[in-house]
Ligand binder design. Structure first.
Ligand code: UD1
Length: 401
């Protein structure tokens, strides 16, 4: 009862008293679980995020200018060789680790389960996870090394992801080289900043965006481990690019030789409406502006054609220096199951709330500079985002096989 009183006072203070509307109808286990959920929520952070939501507008963005880049097609044979050799050397010296961002929910795809389990055939051997494992093993063979592979999951898909790897014998990787760590969840909110009950005893929560990766790397001891292992470069990639060249030596060498502490691969934007972020400078600092936050004019601006494909290298020193920076939230307007006044869970047919998400690329501006390598879409970017049509399993299959 004491805990109830304490938490009730807390949520009343933050104007979230509705969370306990059905408390008296719950059984003991449900009561306990709801109170536990409430006690784990950082209401102050949500209040701050909500203020950000109510104040946002396209116009507030600072002016953006194009970012310098190099095109892989313009590299001479000797430059390619130099970068590749350097990358291979760093891999041989065990100075590279990989972080796979796999905590997302893949809602656009409607796939049940972790996105990495989507397969190009009936066999798990052709799943997105399997393809990435296979590519990593190839590099390891070539360099006679073992690359530490950190896989970020969320509390929603963590168990399934781990089970999937175990049941598939870790896709012939060494189980000791694979480390899973979880990102955090954060409550979803209504347009008025209220937390949402998805049932009488459960607050609706969603992963806090891929920008949650940095704090989760710290809180799960990943940064410390990387330092202990003597890692210099951390290769980041998304789960859903069927063509990603995991731990690509040429890219590693490129990043290392260029001397910036962050490097990214880009491809030319396919068309103005393509759902990709674009690389640019914002107030002179490296940035990505996300497609969901660009005006139509900005989407059509031909000065901004280098798309983010979610492939980056961060030097460990940069990650350590920036990990305590509080990244802003972005707001995804979504349909979020919620209960009606009778306590019944309903799903509206239009977006009714916001997911709060951090984007990892908001850290870029803290790098003095960034090296961008524009690569060929047909060789390196086959995203699996939609059920059918563009950027689907079908379109990726055509590029892959
Ligand atoms: C993302 C990029 C976009 C880029 C596009 C290329 C972000 C915010 N946007 O868009 O700039 O052009 O990929 O394909 O990255 N993830 C988590 N935890 C989360 C949310 C996402 O780990 O809470 C992971 C996903 O599993 C995925 C990656 O982050 O591997 C990208 O997320 P996704 O939601 O697929 O982003 P897109 O909208 O496709």
């Amino acid at each position: 009862m004491e805990q109830y009183e304490l938490l009730k006072r807390k949520i009343d203070y933050y104007d979230q008293g509705h969370l306990l509307t059905f408390y008296n109808e719950l059984n003991a286990t449900e009561k306990e679980s709801l109170l536990e959920q409430i006690s784990g929520i950082n209401f102050e952070e949500i209040e701050k995020a909500y203020k950000q939501l109510s104040n946002r507008s396209f116009k507030q963005r600072s002016e953006i200018t194009p970012i310098e880049y190099e095109s892989i097609s313009n590299l001479s044979d000797s430059e390619r060789k130099m970068y590749e050799e350097r990358g291979l050397q760093l891999l041989r010296e065990k100075k590279v680790a990989v972080v796979l961002l796999a905590g997302g929910q893949g809602t656009r795809l409607g796939h049940d389960g972790p996105k990495g389990t989507i397969s190009f055939s009936d066999s798990t051997k052709q799943s997105l996870f399997a393809l990435q494992a296979e590519r990593l093993r190839k590099i390891e063979k070539k360099t006679d090394s073992i690359v530490p592979w950190y896989i970020m999951t969320s509390p929603i898909n963590d168990k399934e992801t781990r089970d999937y790897f175990r049941n598939n014998n870790y896709f012939n990787c060494n189980p000791n080289q694979i480390f899973f760590f979880k990102q955090d969840l954060i409550p979803t909110i209504t347009p008025k900043g209220k937390l949402i009950l998805e049932s009488k005893s459960k607050i609706s929560m969603a992963p806090n965006g891929n920008g949650g990766v940095f704090t989760s790397m710290k809180s799960n001891g990943v940064l410390r481990e990387l330092a202990e292992k003597g890692i210099k470069w951390v290769f980041f990639n998304n789960i859903d690019n069927a063509l990603v060249q995991v731990a690509d030596p040429l890219f590693i060498g490129f990043a290392d030789k260029k001397g910036s502490r962050v490097a990214s691969k880009a491809v030319k934007k396919r068309e103005p409406g393509e759902k990709v972020g674009i690389f640019c400078l914002s107030e002179g600092r490296p940035s990505v502006i996300e497609y969901s936050e660009m005006s139509e004019e900005e989407c059509e601006d031909e000065n901004f054609f280098n798309s983010n494909i979610g492939i980056h290298l961060f030097s460990l020193s940069f990650l350590k220096d920036t990990v305590n920076i509080n990244l802003p939230y972005h707001f995804a307007h979504k349909i979020i199951p919620t209960i009606n006044e009778n306590g019944k869970t309903i799903k509206s047919n239009a977006p009714n709330g916001y997911k709060l998400e951090k984007f990892y690329f908001d850290i870029f501006k803290y790098a003095e500079s960034m090296s961008v390598l524009q690569v060929l879409r047909e060789k390196e970017f086959a995203p699996v985002k939609n059920r059918s049509g563009e950027d689907s399993l079908e379109s990726a299959r055509k590029m892959l096989f």
